[in-house]
Design a protein around this ligand. Structure first.
Ligand SMILES: Cc1cc2nc3c(=O)[nH]c(=O)nc-3n(C[C@H](O)[C@H](O)[C@H](O)COP(=O)(O)O)c2cc1C
Length: 246
């Protein structure tokens, strides 16, 4: 296949991938789950440290328990969201509600498990003193790369996936539930399944707004007011996408 066609197809999948927060109950064939995991295995990581491991969860009782833990964590997240005006709050947390989280209804959840000890593959200066993004940031970047590839390949297979953050407020309980050793972490859960319905139109800033040539064009540096207006616009355009409270 000509390289251009592969690039166009890849770009098409990148553009079509959307966060899926409502799933049909239909099971996913194991070979598709395996392809998704294989993509995670090939993610980039600082000095190839590969901190990720994956737990594939299908058991409904476990998924119910995970969903329950996430719902318990909602209250704490909501209380912090309440400290800012309603228009700027994360849309999923404008109000407290009892919507069923996708973590309960997705046929498969992949728990993305991370081992920070592997960060020593990278230079110590970056990890302990002043790396890109501060000490320890390399680990989270590595984990994010793997998580993104899981979601991308899910999209290429006609499946929907969601990046579901695990806050420290419930990570310990989640680790206990999934028998994960203390040294490891679960920054993210990825529920996967066949999408039930379509998400609202996507929103991304234009290339002309984000690309600079040779040097940063300061005439386009956004003021505080610009950022405030951007956030308001973002909320208007994306509020419909969220299952509330996830
Ligand atoms: C670091 C990170 C954390 C995220 N956490 C959540 C989350 O907890 N719940 C959720 O529904 N989506 C979460 N998302 C998904 C984003 O909301 C989503 O990617 C963004 O709104 C763009 O929409 P799209 O994925 O449909 O293009 C997260 C994404 C990233 C990269």
């Amino acid at each position: 296949m000509a390289p251009k066609i592969i690039a166009d197809e890849l770009l098409d999948i990148i553009r079509r991938r959307r966060s899926c927060r409502r799933f049909k109950p239909d099971p996913i064939p194991d070979e598709l789950v395996e392809k998704i995991l294989e993509a995670g295995r090939w993610a980039m990581s600082g000095a190839n440290g590969q901190p990720w491991e994956f737990i594939v969860i299908k058991d409904q009782k476990t998924k119910d328990k995970i969903a329950e833990l996430s719902v318990q964590a909602r209250e704490r997240v909501f209380q912090i969201e309440r400290t800012r005006i309603e228009e700027l709050r994360q849309p999923a947390f404008r109000q407290l509600h009892d919507e069923i989280p996708p973590l309960k209804t997705a046929p498969v959840i992949i728990a993305v498990v991370g081992d920070r000890r592997t960060t020593q593959a990278s230079v110590l200066y970056g990890n302990f003193v002043s790396g890109e993004g501060g000490p320890g940031a390399v680990y989270f970047k590595n984990m994010a790369n793997a998580t993104q590839l899981l979601c991308l390949v899910a999209a290429s297979l006609g499946l929907g996936a969601q990046w579901s953050s695990v806050s420290s407020g419930w990570e310990a309980s989640l680790k206990e539930l999934l028998n994960v050793p203390e040294e490891l972490a679960i920054p993210t859960l990825v529920p996967i399944g066949y999408p039930d319905g379509k998400p609202p139109p996507p929103y991304r800033r234009k290339l002309s707004e984000i690309v600079h040539h040779e040097r940063y064009d300061r005439s386009r540096f956004r003021s505080g007011e610009d950022i405030y207006n951007f956030l308001l616009e973002l909320r208007k355009r994306t509020s419909g996408a969220y299952a509330r409270g996830v």
